[in-house]
Write a protein that binds this ligand. Structure first.
Ligand code: HEM
Length: 408
């Protein structure tokens, strides 16, 4: 493993294990000292203020079309070309007009009616999973509940076999490691390429099946749109199915688990929710703000511009630090306090503007049902470790496991 640049240039130590464990004190320090700062080690400008992050998300001079990782040598670029080529088709990495065309087609699967109609099946999935662990008394929230719930839901939505969800785990975690890469690691690059190609092959097979026999799923509706409007290539369908599989569960797993962790650390808030389950709507918004599953998103500038007194040059990378913006005291009253009844909560956990999360209402629904059912059905829920291990990933905030105990 060779480092991209000199690690000493990361003067706030953003990649230290203790900062991954709890980044918020460091974010606050940067926000107070230099809210727009150049991090040479990580190769970009860090934007920490709520207003700067929200404005950058909506600024047409700032593009989403960035390479997911900077500073690859030519040889490394050649090696991962199929990966980069496929990622360039993800709507997340496109600007209008390509973005608008893709988003419009996929939007049709995420209307409020469609998402709302999924509630009964999500309820029964959560109940079934809890039934299967009910007698045990000790479980890993991530492995037993927070991972399978969104993974099975997105598999079913796309038209994949829900029993294959375990396979998605390996593929997605290889991609997650790639997106969290902050120093060159050939093994991570190679695994990400291999997993992405395997995922595409998997969806290619379903695509071929659905062409022969259409079903009531997203892939069939994309084939229909492709035939009708002739504006979507197979490559775009496959790449965005891979993206939805990844985006559809990595983040939601972490919302469910980080939310439960926040409740366990704040027993009075836990009690409030137990007493009044209707608080779950504002509670999930608060979990999204308080410990955001997506901590930062990258962008690239299309022109020279100034942000908060700093001169940014064309082609420079920006990191919009959602996790810091959501704790900015200029925007949120008492930002380090978990308040599940918080009413003014315009957090940026799902982004803002053109790339606002397509799956936000699905993620909200899954987390509301999962967290409320877990809290109501598992009595005396408590953490069963004093050593939580966090992934060392600057983009996606999640625990490796979350052992809990409960009893009757
Ligand atoms: C807690 C769960 C989730 C969080 C925190 C989250 C967060 C985000 C964020 C921050 C963005 C904007 C990225 C940017 O501006 O660059 C985004 C985009 C997106 N998300 Fe999510 N997401 C979640 C769940 C989901 C789910 C369940 C799906 C789909 C089933 C999904 C699909 C997407 C898609 C397709 C985009 C790209 C939208 C576009 O480029 O127009 N997400 N998400």
């Amino acid at each position: 493993m060779t480092s991209l640049t000199n690690p000493e240039k990361d003067r706030y130590n953003l990649t230290a294990p203790e900062v991954f464990a709890n980044p918020y004190p460091t974010y606050r320090r940067i926000l107070q000292q230099e809210p727009v700062y150049w991090n040479d080690f990580l190769g970009g400008w860090y934007l920490m203020r709520y207003q700067d992050v929200a404005s950058a998300m909506q600024d047409k001079r700032i593009s989403a079309k960035r390479a997911p990782i900077s500073k690859l040598s030519q040889l490394e670029q050649q090696n991962v070309f199929p990966l980069l080529e496929s990622l360039s088709k993800w709507m997340l990495f496109c600007d209008p007009p390509e973005h608008t065309r893709l988003r419009t087609l996929f939007n049709k699967a995420f209307t409020p009616n469609i998402i709302g109609s999924m509630a009964p099946s999500i309820h029964s999935l959560v109940d079934q999973l809890i039934d299967s662990i009910y007698e045990r008394g000790n479980i890993d929230i991530i492995h037993d509940l927070a991972y399978p719930i969104p993974a099975i839901v997105i598999a079913q939505m796309l038209g994949a076999n829900s029993e294959d969800y375990e396979q998605f785990k390996k593929w997605s975690s290889d991609l997650a490691k790639f997106f969290g890469l902050f120093r060159m690691d050939t093994e991570i690059l190679t695994n990400a390429k291999k997993s992405l190609l395997e995922m595409k092959q998997y969806f290619q097979f379903i695509l071929a099946q659905r062409r022969c026999q259409s079903q009531d799923d997203l892939i069939s509706s994309l084939i229909f749109a492709q035939e009708k409007e002739n504006s979507l290539s197979d490559e775009e369908i496959l790449s965005n199915c891979v993206f939805l599989t990844f985006a559809g569960h990595e983040t939601t797993t972490n919302l469910i688990a980080n939310g439960l962790l926040a409740l366990l650390a704040n027993p009075s808030q836990m009690q409030k929710l137990k007493n009044d389950p209707s608080l779950i709507t504002t509670a999930v918004e608060e979990f999204l703000r308080y410990d955001s599953p997506v901590q930062r998103q990258a962008r690239i500038t299309l022109t020279d511009l100034e942000i908060n007194g700093q001169q940014i040059r064309t082609g420079q990378r920006l990191f919009l630090v959602i996790g810091a913006a959501n704790r900015d005291p200029e925007q949120f009253f008492n930002p380090d306090k978990l308040d599940i009844t918080r009413s003014q909560n315009p957090h940026l956990a799902f982004g803002k503007g053109t790339h606002f999360c397509l799956g936000a209402s699905l993620a909200r629904l899954e987390a509301q049902i999962a967290i409320n059912t877990i809290v109501q059905r598992l009595p005396n829920l408590r953490l069963d470790t004093d050593q939580i291990e966090w992934y060392e990933n600057p983009s996606l905030r999640g625990m490796k496991s979350m052992p809990v105990a409960f009893n009757f």
